[in-house]
Design a binder for this molecule. Sequence first.
Ligand SMILES: [Zn+2]
Length: 436
Amino acid sequence: MIKKFMQKLACFVTVAAIIFSGVASYSPLNVQAEELTADEIRDKIEQLKQDNEDRENKINNLEGSIAENEEKKQQVYDLITGQKALMDYYSNLAYMKNEEVNAKQTEIDGLQTDIDNKQLDIEQTQLEIENKEAENEANLEKFADIVRTMYTTSPGDIFSVLFGAGGFYTMTIGGEVLGNISEKNLEFMNQLKTDIATLESDKKQFETDKQLLEEDKKALEAEKVILEEKKQEYDSLYYNATSAADEYQKQYNQYQADIDADELEKNNLEYLNETNQAEIDAFEEKLKEIIQAASKPDRPHQEGEWIWPVPGRGYITTYFGWDSYLSRWHKGIDIGDAGINGDPIYCSKAGVVIVAEYTYIPGYSYGKYVVVDHGGGYTTTYAHMSGVEAYVGQEVAQGDILGYVGNTGYSFGPHLHFEVRINGEPVDPFNYVSIA
Ligand SMILES: [Zn+2]
């Protein structure tokens, strides 16, 4: 009782150590399998395999999720590529439009220079007009003085008025001179008037030119505004593409983060499965050792009688040898009396249990079955049981109950499939047993 408790405690401590020490410190050496029976090891292996299968399912789900996210990530990547192409496209258009705006501005600046020059021409002409007018005014003043003096002074004085008081005593014909002077003066004034008129005309032309230039400039400025609006439109489209690309980039990053998280979880599960597999391998190795130790193949064959495994039953449905019905070699005999289902199956001869398969595996031919090693290379097999009452490594005596007749495995009705083998080769059981 205490020994059993200690075994269970050791087992618990081992499992606890595996669980709490974490995966990294795990080593198959931790398997204290010598403390466990073959059946307990078998249970552990089953449990570990089940755990691995559960993790395998999770891994499959993660792989599905990763593949899905990879696909979405690729789709979003294509969208980003598309938006980046648009960004390049609109950025180019905006650049070219800006060049056009600058060219237009240069044109406008050129016109402005022309306008400024025209303005200078106008001002220059205006100045000339004013000078000519001042000259004309002065001349008119002077002429008026002469005429006034002519009518108010003596002819002698006129000379002194026109030529000053000194020096011109050689002048003899005063009237002629006076006439001449007035005529010259008129001519001069007429010339001034003509000059002024020409200048006025020039100025007018300059003003017209300037006005035309200003109209041209206005037209160019309107064109520039249109170009600038177009550029703004391209800038705005570029901005839209940038925001879209940013948004897709965020989605891309999220998918990548999800994939990374899934990959991490998957790697952890795979690592757990690998270490678990190492534990399974260690347990299986231990199980093999137990079975080998139990079966003692070099143990001498125990002489003596073999007993019929199902006393009172003797209806043979299939004999040893070629089974023409199933077209295959039948390795034992099938005992299938009506009502045999659930009958106890007795061990034919003393030996050690080397196989006790509890698990019903659908499609597996033997179903639940037991193999007993009798030493000297002799074994007996009891198959298609409904239940097993033996465990691997168990020493069994002749007549011990190994299990019960059933219909598990590749079987078409309750029966016992009984085999005798020598060094693994099936032989006819009737060479050893007789119906009893
Ligand atoms: Zn059979």
